[in-house]
Design a protein around this ligand. Structure first.
Ligand SMILES: [Zn+2]
Length: 443
C-alpha cells in the first residue's frame, strides 16, 4: 500500500524541512521525502497537494471521548471522526470516563475501540489516583504496560501537594508525564466563570486566576523537588505562564498546553449567559489572553490542545451556574490556530510545532510528530487560504456544545492521513476527486 502526496509544501520542524517536496508513504510508514530528480513509484495512490501545506499529523494531548460510560455525549468512534475532520491524527484520551481509566482493563478497552473505528490513533491517559479520588495511587505501572502515555486526574485536580509529590515520584519511575488540571478548589469552589469585572456585572460567582496559579506554582516547585515530567493542562492565566517560563529557565521538565478558546474569547463572552461559554478553567480577561499570546510566541507554551469536552444539549440547557463545564473543540481548533497566523502571533512553522512536533515530544510518542523516514505515515494537509464557516449541525461529534457555531475562518485542515490511509477529505477536495475519477472513467 503506497500513498504519494505530490506538489505540496512540506513543513516538518523536527527534521528542519521547509520546502516543496513529495511525500511517499509505504505500508503505513514514511518511505521518504522526494526531491525533483528522485524516481517515483507507479503503483502508488496519488494525492495532489498543489497549493497546500503538508505537515506531520497533528496530535491533540487533551480530549474527553466519554466512552466507556457516557456514550450519549460521545463515543471513541464519533470523537475520532470529529478529530480527523478537524485535522487531528492522534488523540490523547483523558481518563474521566465511567469507569475511570485507572486500571489496564479500561486502558485496553479504549485502545480496542479506537482500533475498531480505524480513524485517529488514540493514546489513553491513565488516572493518577483510583477513581481520580485523590487518595490512593492507581495501577500506573500496569496501565503503562497496557499503553497509557501519561497520567492525570483532569477534572478532579489533585488536592494536596503531598499526593502530587507521591504521584510525581511514582510516575517518574515509569517515565510518564503527570498532567495536572491546576485548580485549588478551596479558591474556586462554586465558581462559574473568571473572577473579575464581568463576574461582578453578571452576578455570577467567580473563579480567581489565583486558583489556577497556586497549583501551577506548586507543581513547578514539585517538579524541581522530584525531577518528574510535569505537563500543565489548558493554562489560562498570566501567573501560570510566568511560572512555566521560570521553570523552563531553571531547566525543570515542565511543559504546558493552551486550548484555542482561551485565546479566542474573553470573559465578556459570558454576558449572554450562553452556557457554551462555560468551561474550566474559565474564559479569562484581556490581560491574561495577552500573556497566552506572548507564551505562544516565545515558546513558553509547548502545545495547542483542544480540551474537547462534549456534553448533551439537555445538560447545557441548564442555568449558567448549574450547567456542566466544557465545549467541543476538535473541528474548530485548527481554524482558531490559523487566526494566530493571520494576526502575526505565530508563523506556519510554529503552528506545526505547537500541533505536532511538540505534542509528540511532550508525551514521548515515538516516530510521530515528524515526517522523517520510517516515522508513522500520519499527515495533516492544510489549506492556509481556504475560507469556511463552521456549522455545528453537521459536526461529526455527538455533541453540539460550542460557542463557535457559524464562525468564519480562513485556513483549515483539508485532508487527514493516518498510517498512510486518507481518513478525511474536505468536501471540496472530495468533489474535485470525484470529478477527476469521472473524467478518467469516460476516458
Ligand atoms: Zn481539565
Amino acid at each position: 500500500m503506497k500513498l504519494l502526496i505530490t506538489n505540496g509544501y512540506v513543513i516538518d520542524p523536527a527534521s528542519g524541512v521547509n520546502a516543496g517536496k513529495d511525500l511517499l508513504i509505504e505500508n503505513g510508514r514514511v518511505r521518504g521525502l522526494l526531491s525533483r530528480g528522485d524516481s517515483r513509484p507507479e503503483d502508488a495512490e496519488v494525492f495532489d497537494a498543489t497549493g497546500l501545506i503538508v505537515a506531520p499529523g497533528f496530535i491533540d494531548l487533551h480530549v474527553h471521548l466519554r466512552e466507556p460510560g457516557h456514550e450519549y455525549k460521545e463515543t471513541i468512534a464519533s470523537g475520532a471522526a470529529a478529530a480527523v475532520a478537524g485535522g487531528w491524527t492522534s488523540l490523547c484520551a483523558m481518563p474521566n470516563t465511567d469507569p475511570v481509566n485507572d486500571n489496564p482493563a479500561v486502558t485496553r478497552f479504549i485502545i480496542e475501540q479506537a482500533e475498531k473505528a480505524q480513524l485517529a490513533n488514540v493514546f489513553p491517559i491513565g488516572a493518577v489516583t483510583k477513581g481520580s479520588g485523590g487518595k490512593e495511587l492507581a495501577e500506573i505501572g500496569e496501565m503503562k504496560n497496557a499503553g497509557i502515555v501519561a497520567v492525570s486526574d483532569d477534572g478532579q485536580p489533585i488536592p494536596t501537594a503531598g499526593m502530587m509529590r507521591r504521584a510525581m515520584e511514582y510516575a517518574r519511575g515509569f517515565d510518564l508525564p503527570v498532567v495536572d488540571h491546576c485548580q485549588d478548589r478551596s479558591l474556586s469552589a462554586g465558581g462559574a466563570m473568571h473572577e473579575g469585572r464581568w463576574s461582578l456585572i453578571l452576578g455570577l460567582k467567580g473563579m480567581p486566576a489565583a486558583a489556577e496559579e497556586v497549583d501551577a506554582v506548586r507543581d513547578c516547585v514539585l517538579a524541581g523537588l522530584t525531577g518528574a515530567r510535569v505537563h500543565l493542562a489548558h493554562v489560562s492565566t498570566r501567573g501560570t505562564i510566568e511560572a512555566v517560563r521560570r521553570a523552563k529557565e531553571l531547566g525543570l521538565r515542565v511543559t504546558c498546553e493552551v486550548a484555542p478558546h482561551h485565546w479566542s474569547l474573553n470573559d465578556e463572552a459570558v454576558a449572554d449567559y450562553d452556557t457554551n461559554t462555560k468551561m474550566s478553567p474559565p474564559l479569562r480577561s484581556a490581560e491574561h489572553i495577552g500573556a497566552l499570546l506572548a507564551g505562544l510566541r516565545d515558546g513558553t507554551i509547548d502545545a495547542i490542545a483542544t480540551d474537547h469536552a462534549p456534553h448533551h444539549s439537555d445538560e447545557k440547557a441548564l442555568e449558567f451556574d448549574q450547567a456542566p463545564f466544557g465545549i467541543v473543540g476538535l473541528e474548530t481548533a485548527v481554524g482558531l490556530a490559523f487566526d494566530l497566523v493571520q494576526q502575526g502571533v505565530i508563523d506556519l512553522e510554529r503552528l506545526v510545532q505547537l500541533c505536532s512536533t511538540n505534542p509528540a515530544r511532550v508525551f514521548n510518542l515515538e516516530d510521530r510528530g515528524t515526517l522523517k523516514t520510517d516515522a508513522w505515515g500520519d499527515v495533516t494537509i492544510l489549506d492556509p487560504n481556504l475560507e469556511w464557516t463552521f456549522d455545528v449541525s453537521v459536526s461529526r461529534s455527538k455533541s453540539r456544545n460550542t460557542p463557535f457555531d457559524k464562525r468564519q475562518f480562513r485556513g483549515a485542515a483539508v485532508a487527514t492521513v493516518v498510517g498512510g490511509r486518507i481518513v478525511y477529505l474536505h468536501p471540496h477536495l472530495r468533489d474535485a476527486r470525484a470529478k477527476k475519477e469521472e473524467l478518467r472513467a469516460k476516458g
